[in-house]
Ligand binder design. Structure first.
Ligand SMILES: NC(=O)C1=CN([C@@H]2O[C@H](COP(=O)(O)OP(=O)(O)OC[C@H]3O[C@@H](n4cnc5c(N)ncnc54)[C@H](OP(=O)(O)O)[C@@H]3O)[C@@H](O)[C@H]2O)C=CC1
Ligand SMILES: CCCCCCCCCCCCCCCC(=O)[C@@H](N)CO
Length: 351
């Protein structure tokens, strides 16, 4: 048996220990909450900071005009937009392929899309078709050509072809569509969209893609500047950056692509056209400026965020705090690519 004075002493000590414990726990929590509170404060600040403001762009019942809508990614976007209740117009050169696309979309959705035939390089023809289609709510500049080759071996004619179709074609289209789009956006009070199909090769230069990468990088400059110019008209610009995607165009490209282009492009996993279309439409509906399509694409977009507009405070947060690490990852990828190129040359020399 303990004498009662001892028992008292013991409870006193226990109280002291418990008190100290609680106090140090509280201090620890407080210390731990400092970074948490400051990170939350930064997130809140970013929520006020990001421009343009978040937006929702409806698709149902609206006029969606898609170039290159007769094949691959464009066809997949047209099918999805039709299924969501949009009035869909597609434009391409070949009338025969346009009709095939209309039949395929009708079969899949029961909806008839309107067909417009023009070469996007022909500004007058584009203006005529856009006029005939009527005012557009969502313009999807998806047309594109790609013939990979080392610049040394590529004819200037082919370089010009890619720049003319991919870049100048997009200018022709936007110039033709913009005036009526502005009017319509004002009349309906609904936000409108101009989306442009770039490529992951429009975010990083890739062996064999000098002309193609140049034409796709250029679209980003176009898009960034255009967003400044049309924001007051409630028009929202999106740039879409797919990786290698299974399409008729890609099947053709793959037959002649340099081995090194295959290897480097293989750093990003391939996709199906319909999955790219889903990402593209998702990005368009939220007015997202940079729309990546797969995991590697998301990393690439964070690594190359630069001074592009960002509406999402969460993505802004990731970009701000991921910048250093993503730069490091980018250097790792470049190390890997340059090593591959070096080994490839060494192997060729020894053969
Ligand atoms: N597939 C891929 O791996 C990737 C593709 N992209 C981009 O996505 C877009 C679509 O590619 P994808 O679906 O593979 O291409 P496809 O080759 O399968 O389809 C291209 C579409 O564009 C049309 N088109 C081509 N040239 C012109 C022109 N001068 N005027 C009008 N229409 C034209 C074609 O029709 P027609 O020939 O009858 O004119 C066709 O409808 C392109 O911008 C491409 O650069 C980006 C990343 C990866
Ligand atoms: C932090 C860094 C992350 C990096 C991941 C990088 C992966 C880059 C791969 C580039 C792929 C280019 C594909 C072009 C596809 C295309 O446009 C053609 N098929 C033509 O249509």
């Amino acid at each position: 048996m303990l004498p009662s004075s001892h028992a008292l002493h013991l409870t006193g000590t226990l109280d002291l220990v418990a008190g100290t414990l609680i106090l140090s726990m509280a201090t620890l929590l407080l210390l731990l909450s400092v970074p948490f509170v400051s990170l939350s404060a930064i997130a809140v600040a970013l929520a006020f900071l990001v421009r343009p403001r978040p937006v929702r762009i409806p698709v149902k019942g609206r006029h969606v005009f898609i170039t290159g809508g007769s094949s691959g990614i464009g066809l997949a976007i047209a099918r999805r937009a039709a299924a969501e209740g949009a009035r869909v117009s597609i434009l391409a050169r070949s009338a025969a392929r346009l009709k095939e696309a209309r039949d395929a979309i009708r079969l899949a959705t029961g909806v008839d899309v309107a067909l417009f035939s023009a070469d996007v390089r022909d500004a007058e023809a584009v203006a005529r078709e856009v006029e005939a289609a009527g005012p557009i709510d969502l313009l999807v500049c998806n047309h594109g050509v790609f013939t990979p080759q080392e610049l040394e071996h590529q004819d200037l004619e082919e370089v010009r072809f890619m720049v003319d179709v991919n870049l100048m074609g997009t200018f022709n289209l936007i110039k033709a569509a913009l005036p009526a789009m502005k009017q319509r956006a004002r009349a309906t009070g609904l936000p409108a969209s101009i989306s442009i199909m770039s490529s992951q090769a429009g975010q990083v230069g890739v062996y064999g893609y000098t002309a193609y990468s140049a034409s796709k990088f250029a679209l980003r400059g176009l898009g960034e500047a255009l967003q400044h110019e049309v924001i007051a008209d409630n028009i929202h610009v999106s740039l879409i950056f797919p990786p290698d995607t299974e399409t008729p165009g890609f099947a053709e490209e793959h037959k002649r692509r340099p081995e090194l282009t295959n290897i480097i492009a293989g750093s990003s996993g391939g996709m199906k056209a319909d999955d790219v279309a889903q990402k593209a439409l998702g990005g368009i509906k939220t007015g997202t400026f940079i729309v990546p399509c797969n995991f590697e694409g998301t990393m690439l977009s964070i690594a190359t965020a630069g001074l592009s507009p960002q509406r999402s405070y969460l993505m802004a947060f990731v970009e701000v705090f991921g910048a250093g690490f993503m730069r490091f990852m980018g250097l790792c990828f470049q190390w890997n690519w340059f090593s591959t190129i070096e080994n490839w040359h060494a192997k060729k020399k020894s053969m």
